[in-house]
Design a protein around this ligand. Sequence first.
Ligand code: HEM
Length: 552
Amino acid sequence: KKQQSDKPTQKDEQLTRHTEDGAEQFLTTNQGVRINDNQNSLKAGERGATLMEDFIFREKMTHFDHERIPERVVHARGEAAHGYFQVYESMAEYTKAGFLTDPSRITPVFVRFSTVAGSRGSTDLARDVRGFAVKFYTEEGNYDLVGNNIPVFFIQDAMKFPDFVHAVKPEPQNEIPQAASAHDTFWDYVSISPESTHMVLWVMSDRAIPRSLRMMEGFGVHTFRFVNEAGKGTFVKFHWKPLLGVHSVAWDEAQKISGKDPDFHRRDLWEAIESGNYPEWELGVQLVPEEDEHKFPFDLLDPTKIIPEEVVPVQRIGKMVLNRNPDNFFAETEQVAFHPGHLVPGIDFTNDPLLQGRLFSYNDTQLIRLGGPNFAEIPINRPIAPVHNNQRDGFMRQTINRSPASYEPNTVAGGCPYQAMMKQGGFTSYQERVDAHKVRGRSESFFDHFSQAALFFNSQSEPEKLHIINAFRFELGKVSRKEIRQRMLGILSQVDTYLAEKVAEGLGMPVPEVLEKPINRVRPADAGPDEYEPKSVPQQVGASAALSMANT
Ligand code: HEM
């Protein structure tokens, strides 16, 4: 639809300055000394001991001994590609972000896809969430949209994340299993955490076993905020829509592929790009005026909820194309550091308590994963926008700051980096009014855990429902403790009677009594007409009961 760009982007050119190609060159040490024998260490006689003075051997071995860095604590298994993004029409009415207001701009991107639970060497076809992290190298600085291929999350508050991940990861005594879901600790956790139910339904669906990374949707999950030039805010949910459509494999295929080619997704992405079959996604947004914040039957700040697309349609505002594979997996894919807190003017946070906690976690983990405070200088992480500040020193500092003063303001340096006013592009946080008591707790508006799980189940076709039922049977069938299976059936009976019955039948267990549904109405009585209520109310008993309770 719009101009295709196969020309190197500004980011490609910047990266080229850091690349090295040793073909037809002399082999050297790190000090540039030419090496005359790379096969034999220096010995005291042909059959003698190796000499300590062999600096060539020592340097080579020392570097090798230090090659490994910690894998990501989550999303360790991943692959990435370069590309670009271009907006179709200016979105200036809602945001002042340059890459979303200027249709002539080609913004370089680097995108990393991942599974969540497995280690670096685990299979691509695990039943799991997929990470979908996009780094936009914009002229105003880096903007990271660190999303997933499922639009909701397991928990509502970042405080729970370490416990949740410990439950998802292989069990502590034996590191078994690599698969995210097929074990006691995962099901133990989600069976006592009703807020996880909606996401669990998605993870048991075909969405968790994509056919290809090129055929996956992506979601920002949280509600974010656009801010326009006048300072007006609009709530926004981000979507990536793959132009190849959304496709999955069946579970039986996933298991076979895992055995035959654990790199299936990685290979598919690589080969598609090498052969010029560039994967493409459109960026979609759901926009909600600030005045409508409380008009939904759920809380916009709750990351376990979607805004149904039939209620607020997704507008497709631009296109992303991935057209270049990385030159070096470690230097680029492994060392890239995404962070939901990397914002540019025109985009801001909301108070979603999961998002707020993420803002701490990413930089914190990268300080250890990438060895100190200077990882923003690693080529893949550098913005194309100029960087000037007084942050200095630390392990592995690359930049040689020339100024005789590293503080601001100062009068000795003959000019130092100075603060930008808002109209000069200085980032100004959205002026949200805050007036409340400090509390450790959660709003009641977060307590409806089942309506959207039911909505999701009932949005599925019959074969897709069967896949979900079979996934629950398979996964829960691996759970050794009966009380966990029983509790999980209790949760499912809150979602949909048919689903609970079919899963129970497969497990050879009774369907638990349906408890009174703990559903709260969120929308205040005086919020005006129900313009955001879903129009198609699911017909299943459990679902319709849940929804009607949510709406009364
Ligand atoms: C990676 C924390 C929720 C998407 C990570 C990493 C951490 C983390 C520590 C490793 C980062 C690194 O080593 O570079 C958290 C916490 C969460 C949370 C504390 C909730 C409180 C989410 C959610 C999403 C998400 C809701 C999706 C919207 C990702 C992705 C990556 C990642 C895509 C991999 C980035 C890459 O490819 O390098 N997360 N996460 N996370 N997270 Fe989260």
